[in-house]
Structures are given as C-alpha cells and as structure tokens.
Design a protein around this ligand. Structure first.
Ligand code: 4GY
Length: 245
C-alpha cells in the first residue's frame, strides 16, 4: 500500500514510520510512506500556507491554494482514497481500518491551526476522527490511522499476531497477560496459566475478557455476539450479573 501524507510538519513522521513494525513493513516493500510538505506548494512570495478567517474570529485557516496544488501534484488523477483527519469526521474503528486496508493507495491530509478552507475539504473523500478531543494538528491522528490500517495488511504483523486481532473484532477487550517469573514481588501468576491445560487456559482467558468487557464497557458487552458462548461461558456470565450465586 502506498500512503501519501500532506502536512506542514513532515519532520514529525520519520520516527513513527521508521521504527518497529511499520519500519519493517517499509523495508519489506509492503508499505510505502511518502511525506509531502504543503508549504513547498505555496505560490505566495513568502510561502504562506494560512490566512485570517473570513467573517472574523480567532486563529488562522489553512489556505486552499497550497493544499489543492499539493493534491494535484501528488494525486493528479484522483486515484487515491483521500482522507482528512478532523474531529468532526467519522470515528475510526477496527471495522473501518479493515476496509481501508483493502485500498491500494491512501492519501492523508493533516490540518493545523483553526482548520482548513472548505474548498480544499471538498476535494477529499472522507473525514475521519480518532476520538472526541481536539489536538493541535492532524499529524498524530494521521500516524494513528496509518498504524491501525497497516495491521490489516498481509505481512505487516506476524501470522500469530494477525490471528490475535480476531479477539477485538469479536467485540471483547483483552484478557490479562503474564510472563516470567511465575512470582514477582509476592504476586503470583494465576495457576491455570502454568499447568499447560490449553482447554482450561482458553476458557479462563475468554472469561477474563467477558468480565473486563462487562465491567468497563457495558455498551460493547451489550453488542457482543453471545451465540459464540458455550455452556461454561453462560454459567460464568450468570455469576457476573448475579455475584451472590
Ligand atoms: N481528534 N481526530 C483530530 C484532531 C486537529 C485543527 C484540523 C481528531 O482526527 N483529527 O483533533 N485534529 C485539528 C486541528 C485543524 C485538525
């Protein structure tokens, strides 16, 4: 997958895109990140990229011209899926990231200041939000999106890890994990994980996921597909809802 990023701050990206799984995926040729400085496309004498808002108000607005010229240069035939990161966008979910991972070419526009001239927004395909809070710019959201989508591209994660993804998409939160030593500062790893009975381990993990999801995210729990539960899980759920039993 090719991912073009249009930003005023390209220097924010190499650390995130160059390290760990994303760095490895680029070396393998599975991912191709390209950074484009919007300022390089400004046609004004002082390479301006922002101006005062028509109608007044605080702050500056990103001008349409540098963004539209940058779009023309990077994606002249509008073949890319063009995404702009903004709090007013559709919320990013696992399901949406999985869909976007099927695209050959993404282009991500990062806004700054008070926002982007609507005439540039109109050339984009999709507005996406990473959550209900406001950041100083779209760069961190662009990195979040690139990272989240990349996990669904074959070869980016190891095969054992990609299977693991099914747990969140199944709609439950993660169960607790432990590694060596079996006792540390007086705290013991649950016995069930030490004895190698994989049927018991799987059941314990599923029940921990059910418990944590029920406690922390009742709205996720309500949506979760209960037809996948066996009789042990159903009995366990009764004790969650009715602790006296
Ligand atoms: N939240 N999800 C977000 C954000 C910063 C003003 C437009 C978010 O996606 N983007 O907070 N972005 C704003 C800052 C210009 C981008």
């Amino acid at each position: 997958m090719k991912i073009d990023v249009l930003t005023l701050f390209p220097e924010m990206f190499p650390g995130v895109f160059g390290a760990s799984m994303l760095g490895r995926a680029q070396e393998k040729g599975i991912l191709d990140f390209r950074l484009h400085n919007i300022r390089d496309h400004s046609e004004s004498k002082h390479k301006n990229t922002d101006d005062y808002p028509f109608g007044g108000g605080a702050g500056m607005v990103m001008m349409a011209q540098p963004i539209l010229s940058c779009l023309d240069a990077v994606d002249p035939d509008h073949k890319a899926k063009r995404i702009v990161m903004a709090p007013r966008g559709k919320t990013l979910t696992t399901a949406l990231a999985r869909e976007l991972a099927k695209e050959e070419h993404l282009l991500i526009l990062c806004g700054h200041y008070e926002g982007i001239d609507e005439r540039a927004m109109e050339e984009m395909d999709l507005e996406l939000s990473i959550g209900d809070y406001v950041l100083t710019g779209g760069e961190l959201p662009a990195m979040v999106l690139a990272d989240c989508v990349s996990r669904f591209i074959p070869g980016v994660l190891g095969s054992s890890q990609s299977a693991e993804e099914e747990s969140f998409s199944a709609g439950l939160l993660e169960y607790p994990q432990y590694t060596r030593p079996a006792e540390y500062r007086g705290k013991k790893v649950p016995e069930v994980l030490l004895n190698g009975n994989h049927a018991h381990i799987d059941r314990w993990r599923r029940q921990q996921s059910l418990r944590i999801t029920h406690e922390r995210r009742p709205e996720l729990f309500a949506q979760f597909d209960k037809t996948t539960l066996d009789k042990h899980d159903r009995r366990f759920l009764e004790t969650l809802k009715n602790p006296e039993k």
